[in-house]
Design a protein around this ligand. Structure first.
Ligand code: NAI
Ligand code: MG
Length: 484
C-alpha cells in the first residue's frame, strides 16, 4: 500500500522553510505517471537570498571558529537523523524516483555513510610546516572557500547531496544545494536534519528550482566561491563556463560509457551477477554503470547466454512493490528519459546491432523499459559510444588483450572500468592501461565512500569521495613568519 506523502514541500533558505518565488512544481510518480506532490520552486531571487545567507553565515565565523570535532559531530548527526527515519523516507523516495524500495534504502544508508565518513574526517585535515632555514617559521592553513554551490542530479539525489554537503560542512563551508526537479522531495529530510542537528541559519540551504533558471542563477552567482556539479556533459560545460567567469573552482562529475573487460579465465557466474548490478541497478541510471561488456571471443556465447538469462529473470514493476533486495527493477525517472533510451535502442537496431533481449517499453502506465542486451555491437556505433543512462547493455568482442584495451578506452569518457580475470598479471596490466578514474577488478562498484571517484576525459575533473574530495573544499594559505 502506498504511504501518505505530504502534499507540499518547501525549500530551506536561511534557516527557514519557505515557498518558492517561481511557484510550485508537480512531482510525479514515474511508476504510474500520476502526480505525487508539489515542491516549492525557487527563482533567481530565492537563490540570491540563499547565497547571501550562506555568505553571512560564513563571514560570521560560526562554522570556522567551531572546533572541527564539533562540526564533525553535527555532520554525523545528519546521517543518523536520516537512518532513524529510513522507513519513512524510503517509500517517498521510491515514489518520486521509481527505484525499488530496497534500492531507496541502500541510497539512504549510502547518504548517511557520507555524513559519517566526512563527519569523521572533519578533525583530520591538517596543514604542514615548511622549513625555510634560520629566521623563519612557515606553515600552511587549509581554509574553507566560503560559499559552496552544489547542483544535484536526479539519479541519486540523496547520496549526491550527502556527498557534497557532508564534505562542504565538515570543512567549514556554507552551502547552497540545488536539488533536481524530477525527484526533490526526499532532500527535504536532509533540510530537516540540518535544522535539527543545530547548524546555524545559512550554513546549509537546500532548494529546488529549474536547471536553466535557479540552477543557472546559482552557477553564475558572483558570491559563490566553489562549485560542485554532477550531471550531463552539456550542462557541466555550461556550469564550468559560468564558474570560469567568476574564477571559481569547480568539480565536475559527468557521465560515462564504462566497460568491463572480460578475459576467458574469469569466473563467469561472478561476472553475470556483477553485470546485473552494473547495468540494471537503478535501471541503469548510474554514471558509473557497466554499459559495455568487452568479452573475449572464445567465451562470448557462454557469457551472452548467461547475461540474457539473468536479464530475463529480472522482475520489472513499480518500485514500491519491491521491498526485498533482489533481482528487481523499477521505472525510469521520467517519460523523457525512458523514451530517449528506447530511441537509442531503435537506433542501435538500425545500425546493425542484434537485440538479444528486451528493448521494449512495458505495456502499462509508468515509464518502464525492459532490461536490454545488445550483441554484435561495433565500437563505432552510437550505442557503443554514447551514454544511454538506462538498462541497456552493449556486448563487444575482442581477440587480443591489446584490442580489449583499445575498445575499452575507445570513447570520449573515462569514469570507471572493470576487469574480470583470475590472472593477476592481466588484472594489473589492464587496470594500469584503462583510461578511467576507478578500476574494479572482479567486482563492479568495489570500493566505497573512502575511495576517490571521478573521471578522466569527458567524464569530468576533480574527485569526490575519499580524502581527495576534501581538498576540493579547502584552499591552502601559507603563513611565513620572519622570526629574527
Ligand atoms: P542535467 O545535467 O541537465 O541535470 C542535472 C542537474 O543540473 C539538475 O539539477 C538540473 O536542474 C541542473 N541543470 C540543468 N541545466 C542547468 C543549467 N543550465 N545550469 C545549472 N544547472 C542546470 O541532466 P538531465 O537533463 O536531467 O539528464 C540528461 C542526461 O544527463 C542523462 O541522460 C544522462 O546521460 C546524464 N546524467 C548524468 C548523471 C550522472 O550521474 N553523471 C546524472 C543525471 C544525468
Ligand atoms: Mg518524479
Amino acid at each position: 500500500m502506498a504511504p501518505d506523502v505530504k502534499s507540499y514541500w518547501q525549500n530551506y533558505i536561511d534557516g527557514a522553510f519557505v515557498d518558492g518565488g517561481a511557484g510550485r512544481l508537480t512531482v510525479d510518480d514515474p511508476a504510474t505517471g500520476e502526480p505525487l506532490a508539489e515542491q516549492a520552486l525557487a527563482d533567481a531571487a530565492d537563490v540570491n537570498r540563499a547565497v547571501a545567507a550562506a555568505k553571512r553565515c560564513h563571514e560570521s565565523g560560526a562554522l570556522t571558529v567551531m572546533r572541527p570535532v564539533e562540526r564533525g559531530r553535527m555532520v554525523r548527526a545528519i546521517g543518523q537523523y536520516l537512518l532513524d527515519r529510513i522507513d519513512t523516507i524510503a517509500p517517498i523516495h521510491t515514489l518520486e524516483s521509481g527505484k525499488p524500495l530496497w534500492e531507496s534504502r541502500i541510497e539512504i544508508e549510502g547518504a548517511a555513510r557520507y555524513f559519517e565518513y566526512y563527519g569523521n574526517q572533519a578533525e583530520t585535515l591538517e596543514g604542514r610546516s615548511i622549513p625555510l632555514g634560520g629566521g623563519y617559521l612557515d606553515f600552511t592553513l587549509l581554509e574553507p572557500y566560503g560559499v559552496s554551490a552544489q547542483i544535484i542530479p536526479w539519479n541519486y539525489p540523496l547520496e549526491m547531496t550527502a556527498r557534497s554537503l557532508s564534505a562542504g560542512l565538515a570543512t567549514g563551508n556554507c552551502c547552497v544545494v540545488k536539488t533536481p526537479e524530477l525527484d526533490p522531495l526526499a532532500n527535504g529530510f536532509i533540510a530537516e536534519a540540518v535544522e535539527a542537528v543545530g547548524f546555524p541559519a545559512g550554513a546549509a540551504n537546500i532548494l529546488c528550482g529549474l536547471g536553466p533558471d535557479a540552477g543557472a542563477a546559482l552557477a553564475s552567482h558572483p558570491d559563490i566561491d566553489q562549485m560542485v556539479f554532477t550531471g550531463s556533459v552539456a550542462t557541466g560545460i555550461s556550469i564550468a563556463t559560468a564558474a570560469a567567469q567568476n574564477v571559481v573552482p569547480c568539480v565536475l562529475e559527468l557521465g560515462g560509457k564504462s566497460a568491463a573487460v572480460v578475459y576467458p579465465d574469469c569466473d563467469v557466474d561472478n561476472l553475470i551477477e556483477n553485470v546485473r548490478w552494473g547495468i540494471y541497478f537503478n535501471a541503469g541510471q548510474v554514471c558509473s554503470a557497466m554499459s559495455r561488456v568487452v568479452v573475449h571471443r572464445s567465451i562470448h556465447d557462454e557469457v551472452v547466454d548467461g547475461i540474457v538469462e539473468m536479464a530475463k529473470d529480472i522482475t520489472v514493476g513499480p518500485g514500491i512493490d519491491q521491498p526485498e533486495f533482489g533481482a528487481t527493477m523499477g521505472a525510469m525517472i521520467s517519460e523523457k528519459q525512458r523514451d530517449r533510451a528506447a530511441g537509442m535502442v531503435q537506433e542501435a537496431e538500425r545500425d546493425g546491432a542484434t537485440l538479444a533481449t528486451g528493448g521494449h517499453k512495458l505495456n502499462r502506465p509508468g515509464f518502464f523499459l525492459e532490461p536490454t542486451v545488445f550483441t554484435n555491437v561495433a565500437p563505432d556505433m552510437t550505442i557503443a559510444r554514447e551514454e544511454v543512462f538506462g538498462p541497456v547493455l552493449s556486448v563487444l568482442t575482442f581477440d587480443t588483450d591489446e584490442e580489449a584495451i583499445q575498445v575499452a578506452n575507445g570513447t570520449d569518457y573515462g569514469l570507471v572500468g572493470g576487469v574480470f580475470t583470475r590472472d593477476l598479471d592481466r588484472a594489473t596490466t589492464t587496470a594500469q592501461r584503462l583510461r578511467a578514474g576507478q578500476v574494479f577488478v572482479n567486482e563492479w562498484y568495489a570500493g566505497g565512500v573512502e575511495t576517490p571517484f571521478g573521471g578522466y576525459g569527458k567524464s569530468g575533473y576533480g574527485r569526490e569521495k575519499g580524502r581527495e574530495a576534501l581538498l576540493n573544499y579547502v584552499q591552502t594559505k601559507n603563513v611565513a613568519i620572519r622570526t629574527n
